[in-house]
Ligand binder design. Sequence first.
Ligand code: NAD
Length: 459
Amino acid sequence: MLSVAADVTAALAKTGRQELPQVTPIDSLVPVHAPRPDSSVQTNLQETNPWEAQAARFDFAARKLQLDEGLWKVLRYPSRELIVHFPVGMDDGSIQVFTGYRVQHSFARGPAKGGIRYAPDVSLDEVRALASWMTWKCAVVNIPFGGAKGGVICDPRRLSQGELERITRRYTAELIEFLGPEKDVPAPDAGTDEQTMAWIMDTYSMHLRQTVTSVVTGKPVGLGGSRGRREATGHGIAVVCDEALRHLGMPVAGCRVVVQGFGNVGSNAARVLAARGYTVIGIAEYDGGLYNPQGIDIPALLAHRKSAGTINGFAGATAAEPHELLTRPCEILIPAATENVITSHNVERLQCRILCEGANGPTTPAADEVLAAKGVFIIPDILANAGGVTASYFEWVQDRMGLFWPEDEVNQRLDAIMSQSFRDVIAYAANHSVQNRIAAYMLAIDRVAATTRQRGFYA
Ligand code: NAD
């Protein structure tokens, strides 16, 4: 008789998938350990595991806050982790089985909130880390959400629109009882977009037999999306860059910027910064890079990318090796692509004055130590890229009111929250004599811990 595992493998082989993804058991849950007494962020970890990176910073900040052991355990681990394996009919008539995750880290301050990522290398540890970062991010900007994140292992570049729609609808149906405007509100992330959110909203609404626009954010404006949401993460990055220059006494004129990733976050950050007088000298994509010390014309590059499908071949800059671009002299480096791009392998060669983290988790804890020694001013991810979730919060509010704001009003509210949050983090860093990243974690953990204590424990 076949074992269950062999059965599953045989069934998957029939449907095209060779094996189920490995699921890492969550570290230290059994037994749960008290915070360690050492005084630095633990850096001797598997450097590029985002969950370990998140947990190391959390532990360090929690120790600084002298968080009691019970709360430390509550806040360190996700509340709920869902793994779904679901079949999808492909264009060629075959059936494929896809794996999806949704991790809900915290509901302490409100419904869980966080994006959905479609990528071939999505893993549970990555989604756990991203969900935890959403909790801390929402708390840093003081909006009433907890944190969540989702992902589906697939390569959206190799799937047709029809296949993407069927994957999205079936993934949504698998999670349906765990989603909702008061439960968990997804949004786009790498590999997903407004269309993905429209399909999720429609699938959820069909199951409930009523239109529920506030179940997702980042929707098309005609379906209850907020004006300004698409550009909001990049816009927020420009706000915190302005604040950082003011704080450090540096002028905008002559401020050279290098951006990695020319997707939603990177292209909007580059566009808004260039419009504000910054000189964007470098753009790095996964398949090539561009360099122009006089400044790249970003609207022209966007038009080129739209027609050519790539940034390569743009006449207004010279081609450059994308990894090497990160190490060119500049005032601001903005990694806006993915995790683990600034590591012990390249950090020594960085020459930026400010590191503004557009992506989630671009810098490893080991690299942080070197950056601190080099005196690089870090605007950490949970602050720098929080403009997206802040505008998502505005979208959720507008959907529930049924009243929609003009783009100017969205941007004014966004500017106010991003500037205030920057000042909160800087003040926290000064008051507690810690680096900006740890200050952002401490501020966030302090806020989530306060709510958790007030709510008490239903046990
Ligand atoms: P996206 O898919 O729109 O863009 C990512 C871009 O980065 C793509 O153009 C891709 O080709 C490029 N890229 C991927 N790997 C690369 C590499 N190794 N080197 C150079 N380029 C690379 O995704 P996005 O929404 O812009 O998200 C980017 C990052 O920002 C992710 O870490 C995401 O979690 C984070 N983020 C996104 C939002 C949002 O509102 N979209 C909000 C907060 C944080």
